[in-house]
Ligand binder design. Sequence first.
Ligand SMILES: [Zn+2]
Length: 223
Amino acid sequence: MMRSLFSVVFVCLFAFHLHAVEKEDGKLRIIVFGAHPDDAEYKAGGSAVKWAKQGHHVKLVSVTNGDIGHWKEAGGPLALRRAAEVTACAKKLGVTSQVLDIHDGELVPSLECRKLITRVIREWKADIVIAPRPWDYHPDHRYVGVLLQDAAFMVAVPFICPDVPPLKKNPVFLYSSDGFQKPYPFTPDIAVSVDDSFEQKLDGIHELTSSIMKAVPMARKSM
Ligand SMILES: [Zn+2]
């Protein structure tokens, strides 16, 4: 009995200590959203490496599970494969990853998804949130942008999703770059050179074999 009580106390103290470290380490908490298990890695992998090397905490999130993103595989096995790939990629980048279990190609800007995104941002205690603009040709990409816009205010509102504490201050929300010209071309406010992290980014990207080799004919990625 004593022993189990001691264990519980230790676990509680350890959890408290972890929480304290998380709150007080003075580092930024950055979360990058993409629609599929490769988008955030391609878009922000180089910056993520640089942040991680400075001790900042980075999470790359895929809002769908990518289960139709291959020319001959699909369903649960592909979703598991892609989740494993982004986990391996994140390890090489020095960051954390998360894949939300929403079917690829079926993301909609629903209230349920808005709450889900709100919770994910809160749970990460984000200082900086990065997401695509909502003007992509692909509905999943487009709706990630919409959902992030919709969640941007809600993360600090206490009585929505009360099961996860609201953020005390609203994070900085940034758009990731794109080539879309309408309705507005992307104009960068911040540009980060990734020359010194590019090799490590490529090393991580090489883990995304289902994405690199998938050969969906129209698929193209910008680095
Ligand atoms: Zn995508």
